[in-house]
Write a protein that binds this ligand. Structure first.
Ligand code: AMP
Length: 170
């Protein structure tokens, strides 16, 4: 199935010069959504993973359904101030300024093997921060999985030795 044909390009969103990869047509198309989940399931069914972490907010769309099918624990990683219980946070640099992501303190049991899921890998800043937060909490990053990878932005490089898997590359 050619998922690239279904992803919608939105030029100049959210600011001039960015081509936003809109994944909503993938969700609207039941065969496409199923195809994506099935490919993730095929890859992770036999891999030792204890916890799946979805990155706010589009990572939830793929991470939660994968956790459901595989029977794994699912944790949501959110921007600062959104989670109600006690959190552990990690602050990372952006092009301008900084950002902070959080997980609930009980989301990652020490020593657990963690699969991090998001919709898209661009520069890798968000995903690297997610991996660092998981490690700060005593988890081990098993892999980072994305539906889309913008390979020309070298996100894999920013992720160093962490294993990366993606379904569509640009
Ligand atoms: P980055 O930290 O640069 O790898 O950015 C990754 C995050 O930003 C992901 O959560 C994506 O959802 C979002 N993102 C970055 N660039 C794009 C793009 N061109 N189209 C859609 N989403 C994007």
């Amino acid at each position: 199935m050619d998922l690239k044909k279904i992803v919608r390009d939105i030029p100049d969103f959210p600011k001039p010069g960015i081509i936003f990869k809109d994944i909503t047509p993938l969700l609207q198309n039941p065969e496409a959504y199923k195809h994506i989940v099935d490919r993730f399931v095929a890859r992770y069914r036999e891999k030792p993973v204890d916890v799946i972490v979805g990155i706010e907010s589009r990572g939830f769309l793929f991470g939660s359904v994968l956790a459901y099918v595989l029977g794994k624990s699912f944790a949501i990683m959110r921007k600062k101030g959104k989670l109600p219980y006690t959190t552990v946070s990690y602050t990372y640099k952006l092009e301008y300024g900084e950002d902070t992501i959080e997980l609930h303190e009980d989301a990652i049991p020490k020593g657990s093997r963690v699969l991090i899921v998001d919709d898209l890998l661009a520069t890798g800043g968000t995903a690297a921060a997610a991996a660092h937060l998981v490690e700060k909490m005593g988890g081990k990053v098993a892999e980072l999985a994305f539906v889309i990878e913008l390979a020309f932005l070298n996100g894999r490089k920013a992720l160093g030795d962490y294993p990366v898997f993606s379904l569509i590359e640009y």
